[in-house]
Design a protein around this ligand. Structure first.
Ligand code: ADP
Length: 524
């Protein structure tokens, strides 16, 4: 087994990024405790898996009720520790989690039901089959700080409803929300869902425990490390990473709608969203009008309080990275259209405000074009037409999601079909995360595997094919001996299936049946 050597902090600091004030300290879980948690999860896993999907849903419903009873406390903790407006904690985190939970409560039993496969051809070939879906056992879930409640529940939901037990390691940046998640899971039987707290070293210990499946939501850099560590145990991984999502504004776009939607898509959660718009490609003929509207609306955004529109950044490393992307872009010739280092609320005593920032005149050598910014910075890029926009959206960076803005729904869908991304929206951005019945995930650098929907649930089960000999009184053509009649029966069966026309197909049938009869008689 690969050894997890790195040490992490013994205590995690919960900080209010709007003020820099410390809120609490949360003890980190030791490596030995992580291993104990996985051992307990493994011990109770068979019992949890043995409940049918409806039985599990009945128990898991208590989590949703617990969210309802503790709503104010949950929202306050998320808002305080992330620096995000309460409206965002309510919508993208809690409402999202509740909708997803409800969807799983109502549909998991259907999605996990045994399936008959093969139909008449299966019977004709003597191979009727069924697929059963069985949980892996223990899922290790590792989640980030940007939506610490919503994403923890997005990993927990499908894993638990599918019949796995889960050990969750939330982000060390938001340990207070980690404690809240722990408390809302309390009604579940011991060991079914356990929260361990700590930094990357605790996550690494969880991967190395090992678990039977890993669910990771976070950055591509950490995703690579986790995939490599999981490979030592051949543990399958589902990972949702980030994206430098493109929004494409077509010449016929409703510019009022597009500027409002793109403003939100770029600056929701202060841009710290895996599906945030990080590139706006706008067709030249409407670029001036679009930019004017976007900048006017940006000027009306409020920043600075828990009920304002744009929150603070959540932690210092992220603030530094955003500031670096902005100064690098300006240093390399980008033009600041709004925001920037001197705008926004003043930072005192470690507060982490950064104003929503728009630039143009970007080039591919800029950090902000090469790497995910994960913050409130978005470039406007003028293009000649929609074809250029799509080419550059696909080539210049990677998308978790993307959006196309046009008055023609039909054209929008056609253009969406040409964008490389895990989800593409027309006249909206990123919101299919809320369409919990639809698969969600990335492609290439933005991740692999799916959360949400039937595919998301199936990410946490493996299929077992149950084959049945439907004619046990008759021996198989492919058994010994391999005589001439056996070969003829195969040849004519292939002819009956592969010949181009019906007439030619039928010509093989009598010989196939005759040789089959002779061959079967001689089987040992
Ligand atoms: P971000 O939260 O900025 O997206 P990361 O991808 O670094 O950043 O972190 C996501 C989650 O992965 C966090 O819970 C973090 O503690 C965890 N993590 C970081 N490094 C490792 C690692 N080597 N092995 C397992 N988990 C890790």
């Amino acid at each position: 087994m690969a050894q997890t050597k790195a040490r992490g902090p013994r205590k995690l600091r919960s900080v209010n990024p709007r003020t820099g004030e410390q809120l609490a300290e949360v003890p980190a879980t030791t490596k030995a405790e992580v291993l104990d948690s996985v051992a307990v999860a493994r011990k109770v896993a068979p019992e949890w898996a043995a409940l049918d999907a409806r039985g599990r849903a009945h128990i898991l419903k208590a989590v949703r009720h617990n969210i309802y009873s503790h709503l104010d406390e949950i929202v306050e903790t998320i808002s305080l520790e992330c620096g995000k407006p309460r409206a965002e904690a309510l919508s993208a985190e809690v409402l999202q989690a509740v909708v997803s939970w409800l969807y799983l409560e109502r549909t998991a039993h259907r999605h996990l039901r045994e399936e008959r496969l093969g139909g008449p051809i299966g019977y004709a070939l003597g191979l009727p089959t069924k697929a059963q879906y069985r949980p892996y056992g223990v899922v290790g879930a590792i989640t980030p700080w940007n939506y610490p409640f919503g994403l923890a529940l997005a990993a927990l939901g499908p894993a638990l409803f599918a019949g796995n037990t889960v050990v969750l390691k939330p982000s060390e940046v938001t340990p207070g929300v980690g404690e809240i998640v722990r408390s809302i899971l309390e009604p579940l039987p011991v060991g079914v869902a356990t929260v361990v707290q700590g930094a990357g070293n605790v996550g690494a210990a969880l991967v190395d425990a090992p678990c039977d499946k890993i669910c990771f939501i976070g950055s591509p850099e950490t995703g690579r490390k986790i995939a490599a560590a999981a490979a030592q145990h051949l543990t399958p991984v589902v990972m949702e990473l980030g994206g430098k999502d493109a929004a494409i504004v077509c010449a016929d776009a409703d510019l009022d709608l597009a500027s409002s939607g793109i403003l939100w898509g770029a600056f929701v959660n202060a841009g710290q969203t895996c599906a945030a718009i990080e590139r706006i490609y706008v067709v030249d003929s409407v670029a001036d009008e679009f930019s004017g509207l976007l900048l006017d609306k940006l000027g009306r955004l409020r920043q600075g309080a828990s009920d304002s529109d744009v929150g603070s950044l959540t932690f210092k490393k992220q603030w530094d990275s955003v500031a670096r992307h902005v100064s690098d872009a300006i240093g390399k010739g980008a033009r600041l259209l709004a925001g920037g280092p001197d705008a926004g609320p003043e930072n005192k005593n470690g507060s982490l405000w950064y104003a929503p920032t728009v630039v143009d005149g970007v080039s591919e050598d800029m950090e902000a074009m090469k790497h995910e910014t994960f913050g409130p910075l978005v470039p406007i890029i003028r293009v000649q037409d929609e074809d250029e926009a799509i080419r550059r959206a696909n080539e210049e960076s990677f998308n978790l999601t993307a959006s196309v803005w046009t008055r023609s729904g039909r054209r929008g869908v056609a253009l969406a079909g040409r964008v490389k991304a895990g989800a593409v929206a027309v006249n909206a951005h990123g919101e299919s995360w809320g369409a919990v019945w639809a698969p969600w995930g990335g492609v290439g650098e933005s991740g692999y595997g799916r959360l949400n929907g039937r595919l998301g649930l199936h990410e946490f089960v493996y299929s077992v094919t149950i084959g049945r000999n439907a004619t046990p009184g008759i021996k198989r053509l492919w058994w010994f001996p391999y005589d001439d009649a056996t070969e003829d029966a195969f040849r004519h069966s292939i002819g009956a299936l592969a010949a181009p026309g019906l007439k030619e197909k039928l010509e093989h049938v009598p010989a196939a049946l005759d040789s089959l009869r002779r061959a079967l008689k001689a089987k040992l």
